[in-house]
Design a protein around this ligand. Sequence first.
Ligand SMILES: [Zn+2]
Length: 318
Amino acid sequence: MNTYISKNSSFSNKRLFGFFFLVAAFASFTVSAQNNAIELKYFGTAGWQITDGSITVLVDPYISRVKLGTGPGVSPEDTRKTVERSDPYISDTLLIDSLITKADFILAHHSHFDHLADVPYIAKKTGAKVIGTETTCNILRAYGIPNEQLYPVRGGEDYQFENFSVQVIPSIHSALNDKHYLDSRTYTEVPEAPLKVSEFIEGGSLMFLARFARHTVLTMGSMNFVERELVGQKPDILLAGVNRSQLGLYKYNERLLAVTNYPKIIIPTHWDNFRLPYRFSQQSGVEQKLIPFQEDVKRLSPDSKVLIPTHLGTITIE
Ligand SMILES: [Zn+2]
């Protein structure tokens, strides 16, 4: 049976802190560092750092959290420069350096800026190998990442590396704009860097089954999936795309849980307001998206546990 602890950062919201403190107090007796427990650190958006002690894998590491446009979520206390989609994208390298020191692999679900725009800097800095679509790889080539570091995939691949293997699963993007969304553009050639925010096009979407020493993690970078592509999956941990139910998908929670065989541990991803810096509360996202999701999972799969991540907090699964 899985046990877990959760270490929260100073940015954690207070209501959750008490809960996690209790859990940590109980579970810390059972956790030892060298037993291939898996640690998942949440970078916000769809971003994760996952390690089993021998390998470090980043998933869609988006750290800069630029203040994009004037849309909802922009707080009066937030004095950062507003970035337009027509502006060149600039990574917050100081912030990235403070959070990311090493990585062996980076898994990129798709190429939108909130998934990929910090990856050129992180791949260059760490030398991590990047697994992503042709569009993802061409964007990285634009920033000078060498081919040896890039594994272009389309979904269907199952690659064995030294201490780690990863199955690439074809997927689809969240049904943005009330389901009026389809972007079939790709970069079949290397674009010109630096890219504008708007030039980080989707370029197709993927999911990954990442196999660590003792755990398998099924990752999502959107709130959508191709059901038939997941048949037979039985991950230990599901990073589930969670957003408001208004996205209008047919029985999303029911279908996702059933096709992934009711994972024991489910961690919501891509639910926060990524236009706000880490220090701003994400309580509204927790209340409006995660608690209803948690309730729904309790009803649909009583043996599953939904763990609510906090910015820069670490969840440890035994
Ligand atoms: Zn996207």
